[in-house]
Design a protein around this ligand. Structure first.
Ligand code: SAH
Ligand code: SF4
Ligand code: F3S
Length: 451
């Protein structure tokens, strides 16, 4: 292969996919390929796909159709579908888009190099069998120079009745604390300032690893991991996602409170504010338990920011049950909430139930919920007015080049006038001058010593 070959990756879906894309980009660069911003200028095109809802899946097909056509003019174009649609559809994807060269599930991300070798030998390859994820020995090509994702657990063993993730991401596989720490140490040396530890159900971290404490508790929990990685030199801020209310512990809350690098932001999806719906979803907690968790977090960290995900129109959800979700949102006051209308997914139990909610009702509920979210976020954000916040500067404001942007410890996007060359990667104090529902504008208070 010649060094002039170019690749393009389009990533859909969640942070796990973003992290996988960065690793796959690393593999491609190791093979001598160069990034092409324009997909039409690339010789290797990779779609890293998401199938969490039907519209996410359909988006992939429309993108793919265009590139498949291009392949008729440019036969040496290599077309790859990776990620969750690849895992879900497997061979069927080849039947639907015969122009594809490689279909690979998320567990195979680290194997991209080997798989491509097979493709370059003239094979059409499908890699979707369940495997033990080999420790990542590749160098990811990370999008940011300031913040980085670090996977701590792959897969999910829950069986929420609406969700495709367990069937596309496989069973839980935790990385060892030593491997996680080693990756963070490299990041620290490279100048990264913030790490987000990733898992679909990060509270499950370690339950598949051997070893227990003298009291008989599993010695590898997320809480233990936070203590273990906390002093990694250079890394100043640590975040983690996604938390599951069923496993969230007071020990974890205490650790977040005690450990200065761990940011006071919690992403804990509740999905529904109604106990019957939660039961039908097989979530394993009640709305009362959820409220207790948030109350406990706020007891230790009154200013903590709380975000979550919620689904409206789950099969059988009545108007009154939906109103319980509104009530929960009203009472908790989220800083941010990702909302979605329920979408039946192949191979999930709830997709087969007969009590589906009409599209019209789903749309209506989604709109009403979103309106409330906006109102509540606008209320919550007022607490930032005129406050001095610590912000890690990540980049230029893409909409205003004289401004830079970063996030507060509470994960609120913040813009202010400043020079990115000077400030990138610095943690600075910013006086907030303008608050909006989901972002802030401020003024830089101190210019840091050279970083
Ligand atoms: N592991 C996380 C979230 C995984 S998926 C958790 O347990 O909460 C991200 C979000 O997509 C979910 O929180 C849920 O709100 C949404 N989601 C998942 N499946 C969905 C479906 N079938 N229809 C609509 N939204 C869905
Ligand atoms: Fe899906 Fe539930 Fe696992 Fe989250 S915990 S990824 S919603 S099955
Ligand atoms: Fe989508 Fe797969 Fe993530 S389905 S949300 S990309 S785990």
């Amino acid at each position: 292969m010649t060094a002039s070959r170019k690749y393009h990756i389009t990533t859909f879906g969640c942070q796990m996919n973003k992290a996988d894309s960065e690793r796959m980009a690393g593999v491609l660069e190791d093979m001598g390929l160069q990034w092409s911003e324009d997909p039409n200028g690339a010789d290797v095109i990779l779609y890293n796909t998401c199938t969490i809802r039907d519209n996410a899946e359909q988006k992939v097909y429309s993108y793919l159709g265009k590139q498949a056509k291009r392949k008729h003019q440019q036969p040496d174009l290599t077309l790859i579908v990776a990620g969750c649609v690849a895992q879900q559809e497997g061979e069927q994807l080849l039947r639907r888009v015969p122009e594809l060269d490689l279909v690979m599930g998320p567990q195979h991300a680290n194997r991209l190099g080997d798989l491509l070798e097979q493709v370059f030998e003239g094979n059409q390859v499908v890699a979707t069998e369940a495997i033990h994820i080999v420790e990542d020995i590749t160098k990811p090509r990370r999008d940011s120079k300031v913040t980085a994702w670090v996977n701590v657990i792959y897969g999910c063993n829950e069986r929420c009745t609406y969700c495709v993730v367990p069937s596309v991401r496989g069973v839980e596989q935790s990385r060892t604390p030593e491997a996680i720490r080693a990756e963070m140490e490299v990041l620290g040396r490279q100048g990264y300032k913030e790490v987000t530890l990733l898992g679909q159900n990060i509270d499950a971290y370690g339950r598949d690893l051997p070893g227990s404490t003298p009291e008989g508790r599993n010695k590898h929990t997320l809480t233990d991991l936070l203590y273990f990685v906390h002093d990694v030199p250079g890394i100043d801020l640590i975040r983690f996602a996604t938390s599951h209310p069923r496993y969230f512990t007071e020990r974890l809350i205490r650790a977040c409170h005690e450990l200065p690098k761990v940011c006071e932001h919690f992403h804990i999806p509740f999905q529904s504010g109604d106990n019957e719906v939660l039961k039908a979803m097989a979530r394993g907690y009640t709305q009362e338990k959820y409220r207790r968790i948030i109350a406990k977090i706020r007891e230790y960290m009154p200013d903590a920011s709380i975000s979550a995900d919620a689904i409206v129109g789950f099969p059988g959800e009545t108007e009154a049950q939906f109103e319980n979700t509104l009530k929960l949102v009203e009472d908790i006051g989220f800083d941010q909430l990702n909302t979605a209308a329920y979408s039946p997914r192949p191979g999930t139990p709830a997709a087969l139930w007969e009590n589906q909610v009409s599209e019209e009702a789903k749309r209506d509920r989604l709109q009403r919920l979103n309106r409330l979210v906006e109102v509540k976020a606008a209320e919550r954000t007022q607490r930032y007015a005129n406050r001095i916040e610590e912000v890690l500067v990540e980049d230029r404001n893409p909409k205003n080049p004289s401004q830079v942007m970063g996030r507060t410890r509470g994960n609120r996007l913040t813009f202010f006038e400043g020079n990115i060359e000077e400030l990138k990667g610095a943690i600075v104090k910013v006086k907030v001058s303008e608050v909006r529902a989901f972002s802030l504008t401020g003024e830089l208070l101190d210019v840091p010593a050279l970083v």
